[in-house]
Write a protein that binds this ligand. Sequence first.
Ligand code: ZN
Length: 468
Amino acid sequence: MKTAVPYVTTPQNARLLLSFILTWVVAAGVLLCFIVPLHAQLDVRQVVEEGVYKPTLEAPVLDSLRLMQQARRDVDSLCAPHMAGRGYTHEGHTLAARWLVQELRKTGLSPLCDGSYTQSFTLKVNVLQDARLVLLGQPLRLGYDFMPNGACPARGLTTGKAVYAGYARSGSLPAGKLAGKVVVLDADLPQGSREQTVSLYERIFALIRDARPAAIVVREVKLTHSYSQEQWPVPVFHVQADALPFPARVRKVQWAVQAQLREQEVTRNVAAYLPGTRRPDTLIVLGAHYDHLGRVGDATFHGASDNASGVAFLLSLARYFAQPGVEHPYSLAFLFFSAEEVGLLGSRHYVQHPCWPLSRTRAMYNFDLMANGSKGIMTVAGKDYPALYAPLAALNDSLQCIYPLQSRENRPNSDHYPFTQAGIPALFFYTQGGPPHYHDVHDLPGAYQLEAFWVFRKLFIHLLTRMQ
Ligand SMILES: [Zn+2]
């Protein structure tokens, strides 16, 4: 006969209870490990059924990480030191074009222009090579403290006496006393002043015309460099306000500039395409400029945001659509423009010499400044082409990709514009939020988070896949 043993807490019983609890905790953990990835794969399959993503066993989060790493590698490649800011010194623009052709070959895309991946053209541009500026006995740092204006002419080492002219309002200057001197002036007029309607360049041109100074030093809060297609008769230097806190104290200025007005600089657009799966005779153009402001002396304008980011975005779309079995009804052109920074010259050349009839080019989408996105994306010309913008906005609402996605009127501010002038509906997208680096030496790869890159790519894949 077996007698019931009363349950007492002994050390052996406690150990048994502990191992029982531990076994269940481990079992639950193992179960979770299987369920979570299964769930993630289910999500992938759902998206695959919509015909958007290639079948993959990877969870979307891993997919996005891999793509973001690739995007960062592309931006880094375009901003590498030997690319020299993709400008007209050190062969920067040529090396960038060569790199792009290599990348397009790897994807297996076809050349767009008469069997070639490139479309050459010539342009006129003032190429600044180096400059020196000494104020109050201190040499200023090129790119950080000062920049010669893009229209600066070449000058050997010269020294001149300075005159401080304040805001250089017209009529307020003793023109006779300024001839042969260096005029130091403040660019940023006080907020709300009546003269704010008079632009800095109107004041500079009036000075050059009326006073004929030897040089002009412009003091301003933000240095913003750009190219010019001419040389002015007088060197103009832009000085960062912090580097010249007391402009009235400047008595003597020393300067030198190396510059070359090139009449026939040869550059090239890079272009490839993929035949459409339902309407191969009709083309959709996807564009991004690859050129930037180059290198002047030791100052390199890397242009990570402007526009290595847009090039990386376009390459990312090209690699996606080049995969076997991916549907896109229309033929897709991937156009990488040169000389945007000189005045939209690459895109203008393309519409004048199109590699595909413009009559069978249905739309153009341009991507420039794609490195940010914490404050959404702006669509330039969205208000002018509602038939192009509305389906994109509706798709964005249903997929909830970009917030906010906004639109404004057309402006001649990037490569979409020559297309609109040629009668092709076009939209230009730029990201909003992020650091304020624009056309300066601080536009570096490490400064950006590419917040909108992945989701905007997803939106465009949906758009181009479903386009009727
Ligand atoms: Zn740009």
